[in-house]
Design a protein around this ligand. Sequence first.
Ligand code: ADP
Length: 599
Amino acid sequence: MNKRLFLLALPLLLLGTVTALVAHLAVSRAEVASDRMAAERLTLYRQTILGVYEKYRYLPYMIARDPRAIMALDDPSETEVANLFLEEMATNSGASQLFVMDLKGDTVAASNWRSELSLIGRNYGFRPYFKSAIRGEEGQYFAVGMTTGLPGLFLARPTPVVGEPRGVAVVKVDTKVLERTWREGGETVYVTDENGVVFLSSVAAWRYRTTEQLAPAVLEEISAARQYTGNTLRSLAEETSGDPRLLRIDGVTYRHNAAFVGLLGWKLHYLVPEKEVSGAQTPVWISALGLALLYAVAVLFLRGRALRRASAILRQESAELKALNTRLTDEVEERRRVESELIRAQEGLARSSRLAAVGQMSAAVAHELNQPLAALRMFVAGTRKFLERDNLAAARENLDEIDGLQDRMANLTQELKRFARPAESRIERVDLRECVWDSVKIARPRFDETGVNLSVSCPHTPLALDTARYRVEQVLLNLLKNAADAANQAHLETGQGEVSLTAVLDGDRVQVSIADNGSGISKEDRARIFDPFFTTKLSSGGLGLGLSISMRIAEDLGGTLDVMESEMGGAEFVLSLPAAPDRICPVEQIESDEKVPAE
Ligand code: ADP
């Protein structure tokens, strides 16, 4: 999952890195372009300033040489002529003011002589341009007008131009026009004097602010010359760290370029808002953002498509599953239907087999009862005859026969009852040896009657079973009786009738085998001997129910009953039952020999 996220984010990381590089490049290029433009502008504005200077530079010289201007120095009556002359000169040249001062610095004639703010009579002897000119030099000075309060460039010359000066001719050039040009061009430009004080600026609020810390002596000098007429010289730029080209003024950062004008130590400064330069990277970032958004949209679109596909597959699969489920439900339903049909068929079969059994049984019972009944009828008729003839002995004999027949019929009903209602079937822990001994005890008279020999072999340890004691005994008794019958035949033929009973524990089974030396059972009969009413002893009163009852009991108790050929020559029946899991029998261990009833 993390790896997937990383792979998805990788293009964005790369895009970010590339964008940062390109943005940096764009800013660098913008800086270079901005600096180049600044250099061009600086050259242009420098030439403009010098142009103004050059334009007016010789005007004071001309005035100093003109007698109309300087006559007023010697003759106050000529003042008006001088004033008119200066006024005309100012109008024609575009100079702000023209005036003439005497040796003390008092103004004797001025172009604005008509104005309320006329300079006439005012003393400017403290101004450096006056001091320079009176020394015979060319006076150049920038200052705020003492009288007008308007800043301007003062250019002064001594008069006469050759020889001992008697006065000074001055022209004041209005520099506002320069500022206006810059402002109109939408550019941020200012000029500082040799002390770093801003005296021209496209931003009015920056005027008379300093770009450098001024020494007290310098401040003194400025104050003495009343250069900036009491304006407080606040610092212009705030402290900035990092790029020395950056200047922070009134909360805005500018890219700064500067050049000397070549006049009075003036320096021209050109500023470009830093935002404009760094803004060069904005389109780069916007493009990158656009690309990132495009990428996100593409990723979302692809993911959406994949999800839609997955959900379509899921829908298809679930539809298939549903179909499968329906098919399965149908099949289960079909199976149930078939099953119930089967059960119904089985029930029908059971019913018909029960009916068949009842029919079979009724036939057998009818047959069994008809014979003794017919005999009874015969004996009763005979007895009647014997009584009529007073032959009591014969009548008694007949009555004995009748008794015998009655016994036989009683026996039949007994057997039928047993078939219908098997012995008590309570399951308990039983020692099989005890069942053996009890059934041997009951069967013993039969062996005694016939003279057949019965040998019993049981282990010394108990044979523990969880079973129904009396039902097991019923089986054993039946097998013993059948074996006695079979061995009796041999006894009658050869004088040697033998029956042997052996009980053993074989793995998790307990087995009792009862073998005889009788005539055995043919293969065909073996398949039928467990069917009800199969008997070969019709003449001797066999009902053919014993083995079928025994088989049913053995199966009910989770065991088996098998028949095989005996080593003794006759048949061998083996009853096998599951041994108790713990093999423990709570009853007392008794030596088998002690319990076996004497033969
Ligand atoms: P019954 O003994 O009343 O005939 P059974 O169901 O007990 O009924 O026996 C069915 C038949 O099985 C007998 O009639 C007999 O033919 C045959 N049979 C049973 N036990 C033996 C045996 N030990 N030897 C030979 N035949 C046997």
